[in-house]
Ligand binder design. Structure first.
Ligand code: PLP
Length: 405
């Protein structure tokens, strides 16, 4: 079976993990810091914080951005549920913009209209769908005008570049950027996530939230410096004769255990070293698909002309199933019978029963609906061969032809 996406591991990756296992650090240790440093330098951000999943990263980013019960935060209707759920975890209300039918990203016109309508908006979480970065300069200028935060959901976009050529994750246009290290994403640690930022205060806050809201030797203890201003701490716990007690730690807020392990970070570090190689191959594959699918009947290739910018996490086409008089399910099953895996990204989040129950209506997202009815993600991943791409295109074309006549 050719899956729609797959990770790639080589002996270097395996050796990196085994070495950590032999050396005794299991939970957070030196490999976490090493990975964070590498990613900060790769993306061009000042700081990176590795966490247990992309979802955990989004949750912490929302908390650090100040999302609470009074917050309303806009994201794209076409994303994975985790983006919106993270806002809910922090107590806020997610809201959705319809998509732009060409980029498949959140419609920035829609976002602009929402702001202009005067409704309360506290933040924006644009999603770089399929690896194609949103027009962040435009989103940032709108967000600045209304003084709201921006968190990029870059789960699909490791290695992608903005229109100005700089790398996604440098946080030039946002407060924080969140990546996922799930095996189906660009680089993997098994499960894992990553937040980048240029803001030192956000960075410290994220470190604290990642581990129970505890400060422990990594920076100043706010409780000690504020002692005497309300007696929240008994200084004797912290200090004896002006010296810090060796066991001392200080919980200042409610945090989580969202730590990632050292062996996962050893794997992720080894993967990041191959990121350029991964990207180059994905570009070759996308170019080949673009060429082979040119002029194909009943098929529209999406995000064409953006291959140099995109990390090409997904290769998405639209198929006119109505013209084929065939359901998408039947089409996918027919491809599966030929050992070709496909997927649909995504059922628009406001269409999910949980969100429909909150009062979101399909009719309010016509572009997402139109896209969803036709969308199909076809196989793209580092290990895919040119021959397999040709096979996939031939099989898709033959199913289309059989049903058009
Ligand atoms: C995968 C994904 C996430 C969540 O990442 P996990 O690491 O699986 O928690 C969030 N947003 C988008 C758009 C994703 O594709």
């Amino acid at each position: 079976m050719i899956p729609y996406g797959s990770h790639f591991l080589d002996d270097d990756d395996i050796d990196a993990v085994v070495e950590v296992l032999r050396n005794g650090w299991l939970t957070q240790g030196p490999k976490v810091a090493e990975f964070e440093k590498l990613v900060a330098s790769y993306t061009g951000a000042n700081y990176a914080v590795a966490v247990s999943s992309g979802t955990a990263g989004l949750h912490l980013a929302c908390l650090a951005a100040g999302v609470n019960e009074d917050s309303r935060v806009y994201t794209s209707a076409n994303t994975f549920v985790a983006t919106a759920n993270a806002v809910l975890y922090a107590g806020g209300q997610p809201q959705f913009c319809d998509i732009d039918p060409d980029t498949l990203n959140m419609s920035i016109d829609c976002l602009e209209q929402k702001f202009a309508s005067g409704e309360q908006i506290n933040g924006v979480i644009p999603v770089h769908f399929a690896g194609l970065p949103c027009d962040m300069a435009r989103i940032k200028s709108i967000a600045d005008q209304y003084a709201t935060f921006v968190i990029e959901d870059a789960a699909h976009a490791f290695g992608a570049t903005y229109l100005d050529g700089s790398r996604v994750g440098n946080c030039k246009y946002s407060d924080m950027t969140v990546f996922s290290l799930h095996p189906v994403k660009g680089v993997t640690s098994g499960e894992g996530g990553l937040i980048t930022t240029n803001d030192e205060a956000l960075y410290r806050h994220l470190l604290s939230l990642r581990s129970h809201g505890i400060c422990k030797g990594n920076f100043d203890f706010p409780g000690i410096s504020k002692a005497g201003q309300g007696d929240l701490i008994n200084l004797d716990d912290a200090l004896v004769d002006g010296e810090l007690n060796p066991w001392y730690y200080e919980m200042q807020e409610l945090g989580f255990n969202y730590r990632i392990t050292d062996f996962q970070c050893a794997l992720a570090t080894s993967q990041v070293k191959k990121a350029e190689k991964f990207l180059a191959r994905r570009r070759e594959l996308a170019d080949l698909y673009d060429k082979l699918l040119q002029g194909a009947q009943a098929i529209t290739v999406k995000q064409l002309g953006t291959r140099q910018q995109s990390s090409l996490h997904l290769y998405v086409i639209e198929i006119d199933f109505e013209a084929l008089k065939m359901s998408k399910g039947a089409f996918m099953r027919e491809l599966a019978s030929k050992e070709i895996g496909t997927q649909v990204h995504y059922i628009p989040v406001p269409f999910q029963p949980y969100y429909a129950d909150k009062g979101f209506h399909r009719e309010d997202f016509p572009a997402a609906k139109h896209y969803y009815d036709r969308a199909l993600s076809i196989p793209i991943y580092f290990g895919l061969s040119d021959e397999q791409v040709e096979f996939v295109v031939n099989e898709i074309s033959s199913v289309v032809k059989a049903h058009l006549s």
